[in-house]
Design a binder for this molecule. Structure first.
Ligand code: 4AD
Ligand code: MG
Length: 475
């Protein structure tokens, strides 16, 4: 909140973290975890002011910045005046000047910004968001705002939240067959919150060449895990004239860039979080602790190429692994194994045990991927693959999902039919394949998973200010 310069007078405002010896206020304004020591000289302030200097109170202090005699800080403010802007009843303020569990703080999400851990997490989150825009802006990508309310399910996975203004008490207008008549609904159609901006992103890429989205997406998947949210932010670039390899190259460059940006601009916060993680891991048995510290891990990612291999190669590594042979997977790879959807334990094995670095997996079976992915040519019977790519990160699992898109109208229509995707409702999407289609590709990066990776936070609910997950939409 102040630099290292001394001997000038200034005014500071912030929240009291602690007040000790009736003299020393540790004041924090959220710009850093380093509190400013404000010294209230003995005898200078009334008892009324002193007793209101409680943890959580908001104050304004004016005085001289002087060299500090105490340990732990170079400068301090010797206060001439102290004004209490907002009292905080010490008996009732839930955050005591001691360590609280992350679970406890999640229930106090309205106040947890005022702790060191969440201060650091959300400053790093900010830096990463800024870096996302800088990366794409510097490359000439157009930032596209895709709609939040849509009439389609871009992933075709049926995990949408409905949006309606019709009554829910059973009096909604009905069709003759008893189903709800959405023609009477606000949009004259059934609508939902978007699961992805990709389809609209593709439309814009067919005009601007390179675009990206960065916005909230919503999925009603009933996943109570440390990696899933019902509302999360996604970055989705979409590039005309890119093939799968160009796509993977961009994703890799992008991830490296934003991590480096955070390290360069938020070193103090990342070092604090690294220390926090190391402390937390001390409670774990040796074999459960990370091999690298957080800073070391991030530097490793910046400085080393990601491993690239096909789904088919990955399945054979998993199938032949001792882990599989000793039946240590919960989901064993049985028989040939080709065609199964990878479970998170498989992804983690590849990334954390086998390669020990981020991995880009490509060319998945068509049957386990979305309808819009480009069908690979020359596949063997029953082994149709698509030009998909997932990026898997240590400790996180899937951080990016993307693909080259099917630009051939006939192939796309045939695939949509096979997967029961309503072509008539996506007429506008199919139009881009009718008018000036071109090879193109894109990907989606889950922003919270990236923030988790960079901050080392184990639970995704701790890297978004107000998490939404099953049975929870507080704040
Ligand atoms: O793999 P997904 O479902 O891909 C898409 O949505 C594509 N339309 C992206 C594209 O090609 N433009 O999701 C992309 C990423 C995942 O890799 C993951 O990081 C994140 O979004 N993600 C979630 N993050 C938090 N909570 C959830 N429930 C998530 N679901 C996906
Ligand atoms: Mg995916």
């Amino acid at each position: 909140m102040v630099g290292e310069k001394v001997n000038y007078s200034t005014t500071v405002m912030g929240w009291v973290r602690t007040f000790r010896n009736n003299q020393f206020i540790a004041l924090n304004d959220g710009s850093t975890n380093n509190n400013l020591q404000v010294m209230a000289e003995l005898g200078k302030f009334s008892d009324d002011v002193l007793k209101r200097l409680t943890t959580g109170a908001c104050i304004k202090a004016t005085g001289q910045i002087i060299p500090s005699l105490g340990k732990g800080q170079k400068v301090e403010l010797k206060a001439d005046t102290i004004e209490i802007l907002g009292d905080s009843d010490a008996e009732k303020f839930p955050l005591q000047p001691k360590k609280h569990s992350l679970e406890f703080l999640r229930e106090k999400a309205h106040l947890r910004f005022r702790t060191n851990t969440f201060g650091s997490v959300f400053r790093v989150r900010h830096a990463l968001a800024f870096a996302v825009h800088k990366f794409f802006n510097d490359k000439g990508f157009v930032y596209l705002h895709t709609p939040i309310i849509t009439a389609s399910d871009a992933e075709g996975a049926g995990e949408t939240f409905r949006v309606t203004t019709l009554p829910v008490d059973g009096t909604a207008p009905k069709n003759e067959d008893g189903s709800i008549n959405f023609k009477e609904d606000f949009f004259g159609h059934s609508t939902n919150l978007t699961v992805s901006g990709q389809l609209e992103g593709e439309l814009a890429a067919m005009a601007f060449s390179d675009i990206y989205t960065f916005g909230p997406t919503f999925r009603a998947e009933n996943s109570n895990t440390t990696r899933h949210l019902a509302e999360f932010w996604m970055i989705e670039p979409e590039m005309a004239f890119y093939d799968l390899e160009d796509n993977a190259n961009l994703a890799e460059e992008f991830i490296r860039y934003v991590i480096k940006y955070a390290i360069d601009n938020n070193k103090e916060d990342i070092e604090f979080l690294a220390q926090r993680l190391a402390e937390e891991e001390k409670a774990l048995p040796q074999d459960k602790r990370s091999e690298m510290g957080l800073v070391e891990k991030l530097e490793f990612v910046i400085n080393n190429d990601f491993e690239r291999l096909t789904y088919t190669e990955a399945i054979s590594i998993l199938r032949e692994s001792n882990h599989n042979k000793k039946k240590k997977f919960q989901y064993l790879i049985e028989g040939d194994g080709w065609g199964i959807d990878l479970q998170s334990e498989h992804e983690r094995y590849l990334v954390e045990k086998h390669f020990k670095k981020p991995v880009i997996l490509t060319n998945y079976p068509a049957a386990i991927k979305a309808f819009y992915m480009r069908q690979d040519d020359g596949c063997a019977e029953g082994r149709q693959t698509v030009a998909a790519m997932d990026i898997l990160a240590p400790g996180i699992g899937e951080i990016v999902g993307g693909s080259q898109r099917e630009e051939r109208l006939d192939k796309l229509e045939q695939r949509m039919k096979e997967m029961n995707i309503p072509a008539d409702e996506l007429w506008w999407y199919l139009d881009t394949r009718r008018f000036g289609a071109c090879p193109h590709a894109g990907f989606g990066l889950g922003f919270e998973r990236l923030v988790q990776f960079v901050t080392g936070m184990g639970n995704i609910r701790d890297v978004i200010p107000f998490p939404r997950y099953p049975k929870s939409a507080e704040f």
